[in-house]
Structures are given as C-alpha cells and as structure tokens.
Design a protein around this ligand. Structure first.
Ligand code: SF4
Length: 326
C-alpha cells in the first residue's frame, strides 16, 4: 500500500491506510443506497459490466436479456437501471407506467448510437419485405422500426426462427457474422456498427495469455471480431459464460469480454481462476458510480421519458424477444 491519509484524533495525529478510508466510505454509501432503495420501493438492476461496487448493491445482475426479463416482471415502483442508455430505455418500454431512473446520462452505448432511424428506413426501402432484427443495443426509436429484437444470448435462435430468406440485422456486424456461422440458409444484410470495447480485444493478447496459462480455456463474447472468435475455445453471451464456467470441470479461464465481468465471475465461482484480457474496460459502462446511484434515488433523477407512440411500437419487438427466450 503506497498512499496514506492523515487522520486526527483528540490527542494525536496518526496515519491510516487510504484504502481502508476508501472502503469505509464505500460501505457507508452502499448502506445509504440500500436504505433509500427500501424507502422508495425501488429495485436496482445492474449489468454484468458495471463497476464492482455497483454490482454489489444491485438486486439483479445480468445481461441485457436477463435484465429485460427482470424489468418486465418487477413489482417495485421505481427501477434504477445501472447500465447504458438503451437498457434503461428498454426497462421503460416494458414498464411505461413505472418510474425508470438512469443514474448517469453520460452512460451511453456508442454501438447503439451507430444506427439512426433515417438511415435504417433507407435500408428497409432497399430491401422491401426483409424483416429487421435489432440487437437490443439500439435506441427506442430504432426499436420502433424493428420486427424483433435479440440479445447475444438468443440472436442465433431468433434469426433461425424467422421464415424469411433475407434479414436486415442492426447494428453489430460482428454479432451478425457470428449468427451467420449457424444460419447458412439466409442472406443477412449487416450494418457497419461495432462495440469499441470488444474490438479492443486483440489476438496477440490472447496468444500471450494462452502461452502463460496453457491450461486455461478462452471464452469470448460474440461482439468480438471473427478472428478472436476463431481463436477462442467458445463464444457466449455473458450469462452463457457464467453458466459454462459453473458447469465446467476446468479451473482456469481467460475472459474475452468487458473486464468488470470478472468481479461477478470471481464472486460466484470463488474456486476458479480468471485472467483478464487487456484494454477491455467499457468507459461508458464505468460512468455510473455509487454517488450517481445515491443521487438518483435522493433527487429522483434522471427519469426516462419516451413518446407514447415510440413505447407502443418498440414494445412489440422487445416482447417478441422475451417470448423467444434464451
Ligand atoms: S461494452 Fe460495447 S456494447 Fe456494451 S455498452 Fe460498452 S460499447 Fe456498448
């Protein structure tokens, strides 16, 4: 430990490890949030990529699919969504009568921002009759132009289930290419979107980690490039990664997805060893702090508001996605 804070008592000045001071501050904040949550009859939904301390105060942790399901059946009056913008919007679409709070409006998914309604309508006009399958990482108004949503957990199953020969898939090309490996009988029209965080996962880093840990299995997310998916042992959604690890006889894993995911893995599989891939932290997911969650509950901010007709239209593809299951 390298840094120390000065703490004054009545008689003397002594030095305490800063880490302990930080831990105490964090504990106090977490307790304050848990109390506020009870008072407001709120539920906190946290994505697997949230900071460790935010994961710890979440009532439900999960991937986009799991959290959408939780959002659709919660009995709480207020939903505090600790994830990026489109996730909080999805919670509002599924619960229009409830208050949905997004603790930090800067927490936006850049991939979701890569597709807009005007360009999507133009693409639809070029391919009349082709249904639009939108990754759940899209804005509410793009969902309103969509036939069915999917997450990485059920994308293959959903595209396979459609009777159409041609599918428009937005916005993640890498996920689209991953689906196409399993769905050879359909033409898929891709959008040039991508996740900057998963694009940062490089083969050289995986090769190095595999050399250092030859017994470890490499698990990656389908938002990674085809080169990374080819090199890995398996590609799964984040919940798929968790389930695979829990069922596996293996003890060591190299995790090729957003690095905050490792907190959950270490907590839920304490006997196993996990290695982090460099440069895989999503700065947008990290925006939400404990202070933001506390302020969100104290000041009732920031309320997600969406036009009624967008909610009505966007709800259809989201409910189809939930009905399809994992
Ligand atoms: S990890 Fe990628 S897809 Fe997820 S929020 Fe960050 S940028 Fe968006």
């Amino acid at each position: 430990m390298h840094y120390y804070a000065v703490v004054c008592s009545q008689q003397s000045i002594y030095y305490a490890p800063l880490a302990n001071v930080e831990t105490e501050k964090m504990d106090a904040l977490q307790n304050q949030i848990l109390k506020l949550k009870e008072e407001k009859n709120a539920v906190i939904l946290g994505h697997n990529y949230q900071r460790k301390e935010v994961q710890e105060i979440s009532d439900f942790l999960g991937d986009s699919f799991g959290l959408s399901v939780q959002a659709s059946k919660t009995e709480a009056s207020v939903i505090v969504f600790c994830g990026v913008d489109f996730m909080a919007e999805s919670a509002k679409i599924l619960n229009p009568e409830k208050m949905v709070l997004h603790p930090n409006l800067k927490s936006k998914c850049p991939m979701a921002g890569m597709v807009d309604v005007k360009s999507l309508r133009e693409l639809k006009a070029e391919h009349p009759g082709a249904p639009v399958v939108s990754y759940v990482n899209t804005s509410a108004d793009v969902k309103a132009e969509t036939d069915i949503c999917c997450t990485s957990a059920n994308a293959v199953k959903i595209v396979q289930s459609l009777p159409d020969e041609k599918i428009i898939f937005v916005p993640d090309t890498n996920l689209g290419l991953y689906i196409q490996r399993f769905v050879k009988d359909k033409e898929m029209i891709f959008w040039p979107g991508y996740c900057p965080t998963h694009m940062n996962i490089k083969k050289d880093d995986l090769v190095k980690l595999r050399t250092e840990h030859p017994g470890a299995e490499i698990l990656v997310h389908p938002e990674c490039t085809p080169e990374i998916i080819d090199y890995a042992d398996y590609a799964f959604s984040t919940e798929g990664i968790i389930r695979h690890i829990q069922a596996s006889a293996k003890n060591e894993f190299i995790i090729g997805t957003e690095s905050n995911m490792l907190h959950r893995l270490r907590r839920e599989s304490p006997g196993k060893v996990f290695y982090e891939v460099p440069n895989a932290t999503c700065p947008n997911m990290r925006e939400i702090s404990l202070e933001d969650v506390r302020d969100s509950l104290t000041r009732i901010q920031y309320k997600i508001e969406l036009p009624t007709d967008i909610i009505r239209k966007a709800r259809v593809p989201l409910e189809r996605m939930i009905k399809a299951g994992r």
